[in-house]
Design a protein around this ligand. Structure first.
Ligand SMILES: [Zn+2]
Length: 449
């Protein structure tokens, strides 16, 4: 009998090991996280800020079509045209208000997406390994840059933020809530609301950036799916909250609303399907206009796509584009490991696009510096196959372009930043879904033995 028990134990152990092996092999995430910080004492790596402060609101799992004025046909009464404020303000003030669909890199889970949004970088294998335990960010980030500039950050909502940035928020303005109970649809949202409005109403409250992370839409998705009356009620609540926020906003504060990822038709996420990787972004400047009314932005800079089932094209960006964009808008250096590209509309402050040219130049130089540093690191050999191509595109970039050559230069710089992103994605963020699934099946089997 003891031998039988022992062999069963060995068998379970073996199945377990095989499960872990296959599961982790499925995530071919090999990026080395560099710990360098982007700094410049002379201010040459940043722009004058457009806004003194920012309110950044995350509605977890806010898919693009939830905000889109042109949702798929036929629209759902439960999640289309319910959260209407962003599309209303964008229609009324197209030089102050901007809607985007963002591609959020898989794995589409909150921890990984928060890292992407704040660092501008791609997932690493360490992220996956510590998925549920959480882990703090050691890379340069938008949050780290705010801190280095002496800015004060208030925070409320999903406690993934305080796991990732344990020492970054003002202790007396930090209100984290447990994000684990998917059955609970309201506690986190009510907590955010309770602490958000006193800080917005108090003109002397000492925050520079306020981050609020709502979880209800995500939890309704997991529990009941997007096509449920509770989703409509939840989105109506979010619309109501946003209207109050806009009402209280002063002219020096930029409002940023985003989803960290989307959700599939059943309301779940984590994978790389179209609906899971589609997140919404709304940027609103109540005071100064960001886009000059006579701006003639070359169309090649404004990428679009059509959301599945919709008939009208929408602006489409990468979610990691937020990192360089928010950093430069708030007068900070772009995080060192960033692979995102600045969003043109938000920097086209005069007719000629001078600020955009400046922002894109800083952004391109930052990515070049990052790639050069990576190339010289212990993992630099990973870039062997892509390096010649990248260098060839880099040779076409000329930072001393004459006004006549501007448009071609913007194209060359964007070609470089986007090639860098696609090369790195190919190298560092490949997923083998069948290995991951097989590994999970084995792990579950082993657990039930
Ligand atoms: Zn979720």
């Amino acid at each position: 009998m003891p031998t039988k028990g022992l062999s069963l134990l060995l068998w379970v152990f073996f199945v377990h090991l095989a499960g872990i092996y296959l599961y982790t092999r499925g995530f071919l995430l090999t990026r080395l996280a560099l710990s360098d910080i982007n700094t410049c004492d002379d201010g040459s790596c940043k722009l004058p800020p457009t806004h003194k402060r920012a309110v950044v609101l995350v509605i977890d799992a806010l898919r693009f079509d939830f905000l889109s004025p042109h949702p798929p046909e036929p629209p759902s009464p439960y999640h289309h045209n319910v959260l209407r404020l962003p599309q209303e303000l964008t229609a009324a003030n197209p030089t102050h208000s901007f809607l985007f669909e963002m591609f959020s890199d898989p794995p589409t889970t909150t921890l990984q997406r928060l890292k992407g949004i704040t660092t501008g970088s791609l997932p690493t294998f360490i992220d996956m390994g510590s998925n549920f335990g959480g882990s703090s960010i050691s890379e340069d980030s938008f949050i780290g840059q705010l801190q280095a500039a002496g800015k004060k950050i208030a925070f409320m909502g999903d406690d993934t933020w305080t796991t990732v940035f344990p020492d970054s928020f003002e202790p007396n303005m930090t209100f984290p809530y447990d994000s684990f109970n998917v059955e609970d649809l309201h506690t986190v949202d009510e907590g955010v609301i309770e602490h958000l409005f006193p800080l917005l109403r108090d003109p002397s409250a000492p925050w520079d950036v306020l981050i609020g992370h709502f979880l209800g839409v995500d939890h309704v998705g997991h529990r009941l799916g997007p096509d449920h009356p509770t989703m409509q009620t939840k989105q109506e609540q979010m619309d109501h909250v946003l209207r109050q926020v806009v009402e209280l906003l002063d002219d020096d504060t930029l409002l940023v609303l985003l989803g960290d990822h989307g959700m599939d038709r059943k309301g779940d996420h984590g994978g790389d399907s179209d609906h899971e990787t589609s997140a919404a972004l709304w940027i609103y400047s109540k005071g100064r206009q960001l886009l000059h009314p006579k701006a003639a932005i070359p169309p090649h800079l404004l990428t679009t796509r059509t959301f599945p089932g919709a008939s009208v094209e929408n602006r489409h960006i990468q979610q990691i584009d937020l990192a360089p964009t928010l950093s430069l808008l708030l007068g900070l250096p772009v995080p060192f490991n960033n692979l995102g590209t600045v969003i043109p509309e938000l920097f086209w402050h005069d007719k000629s696009g001078r600020d955009y040219a400046h922002a894109l130049t800083l952004n391109t130089q930052q990515i070049k510096r990052y790639l050069d540093t990576y190339r010289n690191s212990a993992s630099g050999g990973e870039l062997d196959g892509a390096w010649d191509d990248l260098e060839r595109i880099w040779q076409t970039v000329n930072f001393q372009a004459t006004p006549k050559e501007q448009s071609a230069q913007w194209l060359a710089m964007t070609a470089y930043t986007r090639q860098a992103l696609s090369v790195c994605r190919m190298l560092w963020a490949q997923f083998n879904v069948s290995l991951i699934t097989l590994g999970l099946v084995l792990l579950v089997t082993a657990a039930h033995c």
